[in-house]
Design a protein around this ligand. Structure first.
Ligand SMILES: [Zn+2]
Length: 306
């Protein structure tokens, strides 16, 4: 694979994807200072990004999903390497992504306001009619945009979380708050894209995931959205959860929660569900345990810190 290298960043790409590789480098360089700020990082992190074509999978180091075009992932572990592996656009659109955009393709489900914003933001590049938007949203172009503007931000956030003490093996057993690990990655897309002046991507991210959550809910009935095995829908629920909190407590709320999480996780392997809920409550200035319990079915052990 060819690569571009700028300072601590390296983007590997297949021959026909130079333009996308440059775009990935650009957004990585722009967003890194924002992530560093969020974590009050005292050192730099390197990052290797793979824009992996179908035939490139063999050449990717430590790839857990070889032969499987599943969504991108980081390699985890104590001394993790800083890798982001993105499936290039010559692969079929992963099922997860189809699930995410599906609700938006049925535009009559959108409110007037959402449709107006979506059309307004996408029109200059992508056309003005509902039909043109629908075409764009189901195209490889959108797949690339989605990976670069949304998924890549999500993966960088994971890297910072690993590096500064919020591990993925946070637990999937309902005891340890795994949801906060994936939640942070989703929420950071909003924080970082807004900070970069890319309001439209923050908004499209919000719209996609909240719509998927709401429409999925009708089909799923009364199951816990944050434990449900439908991986895409789980992410939708996390975005819905966070956007509701943000609507109530303001746009500084999320980064403040991150700060307190980082403080409290020092010297610990993980925090359990109720410890995380206590942190959300503390930043909100009110007890949110009822809300987390009834709305998201987050229950568990009592906090071990006060
Ligand atoms: Zn993730």
């Amino acid at each position: 694979m060819d690569y571009i290298e700028h300072g601590q960043f390296k983007v590997y790409y297949s021959a026909q994807s130079r333009e996308i590789a440059e775009r990935l480098m650009n957004i990585t360089e722009k967003s890194y200072p924002v992530f560093k700020d969020l974590f009050r990082a005292d050192h730099d992190l390197g990052l290797e990004i793979f824009w992996a074509d179908d035939e490139d999978w063999d050449k990717i180091p430590l790839c857990r999903h070889k032969g499987n075009y599943g969504m991108p992932h980081m390699v985890k572990g104590k001394h993790h390497t800083h890798l982001v592996i993105l499936p290039a656009a010559n692969l079929d659109m992963p099922e997860t992504l189809v699930r995410i955009i599906e609700p938006l393709l049925d535009m009559k489900e959108l409110s007037e306001d959402d449709l107006r914003k979506l059309t307004g933001w996408l029109a200059p590049m992508r056309g003005t009619t509902g039909e043109e938007l629908r075409k764009y949203l189901s195209s490889a172009d959108f797949y690339v945009d989605f990976l670069v503007e949304i998924v890549h931000m999500h993966e960088i956030m994971h890297d910072f979380c690993y590096e500064f003490g919020i591990p993925e093996n946070y637990g999937r057993d309902g005891r340890k708050a795994w949801w906060v690990f994936e939640g942070l990655a989703q929420w950071s897309v909003l924080w970082v894209q807004r900070h970069l002046g890319n309001e439209q991507w923050a908004y499209i991210h919000e719209l996609l995931y909240r719509w998927m959550y709401r429409t999925g809910r009708k089909q799923q009935g009364n199951v816990s959205p944050i434990q449900y095995e439908n991986y895409a829908w789980f992410h939708g629920a996390l975005v819905e959860m966070f956007c509701q909190l943000e609507e109530q407590f303001g746009s500084d709320y999320g980064p403040a929660v991150l700060s307190l999480l980082l403080e409290n996780i020092q010297g610990r392997d993980y925090l359990n569900d109720l410890e995380v809920v206590a942190i959300f409550s503390s930043v909100a200035g009110q007890d949110l345990s009822q809300w987390f319990n009834t709305k998201w079915q987050i229950t568990g052990q009592k906090p071990s810190f006060s």
